[in-house]
Ligand binder design. Sequence first.
Ligand code: 1PR
Length: 554
Amino acid sequence: MGLYLLDYGAGNVQSLANSLSFLGHKFKWISSAADFANATSLIFPGVGAFETAIGHLESRGLLQPLREYILSGKPYFGICIGMQVLFESSAEGSSLGLGIIPCPIDRFEDNDKSVPHMGWNAADLINANEDAEGVNSSSYYYFVHSYCAKYKPDLYPGAMHWVHSTTQYGQELFVSSVRKGNVFATQFHPEKSGKAGLSLIDEWLRKPESAHTHAPSASLISRMPIPKHKLTKRIVACMDVRANDQGDLVVTKGDQYDVREKSTTTTEAAGAVRNLGKPVALAARYYTAGADELCLLNITSFRHSPLRDQPMLAVVRAAAECVFVPLTIGGGIKDSVDPDGTKRSALEVAGAYFRAGADKVSIGSEAVHAVERLRASGKPDGTSAIETIAHAYGNQAVVVSIDPRRVYVDPSTYEGPYKSELVLGQENGPENERGKAWWYQCTVSGGRESRDLSVVQLAQGVETLGAGEILVNSIDRDGTGLGFDLALVNMIKKSVKIPVVASSGAGSAKHFVDVFEGTEVEAALAAGIFHREVVGISEVKELMRAHHINVRED
Ligand code: 1PR
């Protein structure tokens, strides 16, 4: 008897488990159909792709028992896919949903915005006078999805009685939470929505089970989109992690990817790996400081078999226990072979990180190789790490981390293949760039090897393969504090439809304002200035707010 969580085996359900443990709630996992009878409350934290979720539920014999549980009147809380399965069908595949809410799940239009919808957005209650079920119209919640139930009272009147809140993305209004009878479900991830999300989960769980009986929404409310949606720009704190010379995993930070101390004037000896702190302690600090997302990159993963890299998995596990905003893990997400000859697919490696508590994995070198293969064959073949992981966990779970380096050329004589991508150093730009011209070349293995591929080719290739987001580093700007490379970021942002995160070069709060005013990126990432406490996350957000850039208040 008691609270049960439903896990269909392909998604990060660990985050919700961590939130419940953090809040002091005990739970068990549904491991077979028989467990539904023992559940007096059920949470289904679905993450990933609709089709995969339904397929897994069916093959494990859990789909029909889930339907029966929900219809039995016992309390049900669905999250993301756990909300979408309540609907009739999804454009994400041909599988049918449970059909409890008479309305389909559709894909967002991408003509005016990036898809997936990824980040912190508001949830506007349909009826502010009713019991809000912990949803607060002035809070922000974390969304990550490409498909949604569109808010169309005229087309789907039967479904609209379920609507508890709506959210606007671009000019589309969609259903961000539903509630009727014993059912409550959110499209957003409360387990990843910081304090606002934790308090929503806690409120639902503290309610007596008999009190989960809600009347349908009384009236159909006609809502029109407002001129600008409330999706916030995200601030991401990044930790580059590697073993130091004593074998301890530390957060390090390079200048143009060189992470070793250059002089003996610091506390570390020249040549030693810079040590800026312990990964889990720093992750906890950034969560508390209001980071919207965290990123942990295993920067020497190309040397090892990642699944043997248990310390990194342990870091992810420990970080996920105290961080309730999205966590991206990168480094070594590729097919590999253990020293004992055991083959590990990229999907297995990613799966281990998701089970440890990662929400997204970031693919670097392997993405470059995958696009090279794509360009050679002319079409995706379904085997790349991007494709296999996106198929199982959804596109939104796959970030591609690009490590470009500038190749300087003489623009008056350059006749190479990247002529249309040449950038000219601005007169008001950094002194060492003025009057120069360059294109951006992709690299692998942390910048150690250059490949014959431009960033635009890479960005468009990974979008074709199914990546959900691109993280744009810059080897030239990394650790310099000169500001983000706006030309690079703009070039990539304009060449794809998926969200883009600007990275490398932040040296002041103003640089974040520059990147959000000068480009359309959804997020900006920094490492060095946060590690060295040159600038705090709250300072960055305060300046952004002063410039009328929408940010999340914690
Ligand atoms: O190729 O899939 O194994 O992934 C390796 C990952 O590790 C890639 O994401 C790659 O960017 C990263 N990486 C590899 N070597 C280094 C290095 O520094 N020697 N770090 C490295 C990349 C860039 C950012 C950094 C920003 C912001 N570091 O992570 O945090 O540049 O820094 P700043 O704000 O201080 O300027 P794979």
